[in-house]
Design a protein around this ligand. Structure first.
Ligand code: NAD
Length: 290
């Protein structure tokens, strides 16, 4: 387990990584460009830990010490005592490259570096840092405290020693590791996103309604969430970004993002995080938006 972990990006995934790692005993330095995102992240961590305590997953007495281990801020100087930094900001290669460049100016020379990217080449991101040998892809699932899987992705230059430290970290959080080679979307999103995209094409072509598509997949194939519900949960901007990487990097038309997905993202209907996507989340029971 790492002693002090920098997490850059405090959105759905970053706050979950901070949550799980703080409960496992690590000190956290949580950074975001948006001070509101940081306040929101701490509120969500507190609330989710409360739910975990009420379900008996953790003890009530663990909450305050874990929260006390989390420091937040917008200043990268917070990274100066980290032994590992994981980037978990918006799925955009330019943003991620800038963040990694800024992070290495502040973190110790021997600290390890990571990204929670869903799809972007680990080798390419690592090559733009000063430590490709100490860089590893560490892809968590949403919501991080509850989901049992971490995909670990080695870049071309990642050393065995680095890789094993990330394996020990993931296992220390109680997660099971699946190892993926460094190809676009890795394992989970290489399989999941084409299915979500096809569900959106199914809606676009009028084959079924939102309710029919999700009901068909839940009851017909035993998926706990329908593909459109799941897309809303992931974030439609993130789904589009992942599909664009698959489409661009694998150069195969089968990954072409559905124009309807593009339209939702252009409208700012990004799913649960903005209150509206394929469903409207204003009321307790989400209703299809079309
Ligand atoms: P999100 O939109 O909830 O959060 C992104 C956060 O990044 C925001 O708080 C934003 O303010 C911050 N940010 C943007 N630019 C920044 C910058 N320059 N410096 C610091 N912070 C910045 O997105 P998310 O769902 O948390 O996704 C984050 C990463 O995790 C992405 O790479 C995504 O592909 C990956 N991921 C997402 C899921 C999922 O289900 N949503 C699952 C696994 C991995």
């Amino acid at each position: 387990m790492f002693k002090t972990i920098g997490v850059i990006g405090a959105g759905q995934m970053g706050h979950g990584i901070a949550h799980a790692s703080a409960l496992a005993g690590a000190n956290i330095r949580l950074i975001d460009v948006s001070p509101e995102a940081l306040t929101d992240a701490v509120d969500r961590i507190r609330s989710f830990m409360g739910k975990q305590a009420s379900r008996g997953v953790i003890k009530e007495a663990e909450i305050e010490p874990a929260l006390a281990r989390i420091k937040t801020g917008t200043d990268y100087a917070l990274l100066s005592d980290c032994d590992m930094v994981i980037e978990s900001a918006t799925e955009n290669e330019g943003i991620k490259r800038d963040i990694l460049k800024r992070a290495i100016e502040h973190m110790p020379a021997d600290a390890l570096l990571s990204t929670n990217t869903s799809s972007i080449s680990i080798t390419r991101l690592a090559a733009n840092t000063d430590r490709p040998d100490r860089f590893c892809g560490c892809h968590f699932m949403n919501p991080v405290p509850a989901m049992p899987l971490v995909e670990l992705i080695r870049g071309l230059a990642t050393t065995d020693e680095t890789f094993e430290k990330f394996r020990a970290y993931a296992e220390g959080l109680g997660k099971t590791v699946a190892v993926s080679e460094d190809f676009p979307g890795f394992i989970v999103n290489r399989i999941l996103l084409p299915m979500i995209n096809e569900a959106i094409y199914t809606l676009y072509e009028g084959v079924g309604t939102v309710t029919a598509i999700d009901t068909a997949m839940k009851l017909g194939t035993r998926h706990p969430l329908g593909p459109l519900e799941l897309a809303d949960f992931i974030g439609l901007d993130t789904c589009l970004a992942i599909l664009s990487v698959l489409h661009g990097d694998l150069a195969d038309a089968k990954y072409r993002p559905c124009p309807l997905l593009v339209k939702y993202v252009e409208a700012g209907w990004l799913g649960v995080k903005t209150g509206r996507g394929f469903y409207d989340y204003a009321e307790e029971t989400p209703r299809p938006t079309r």
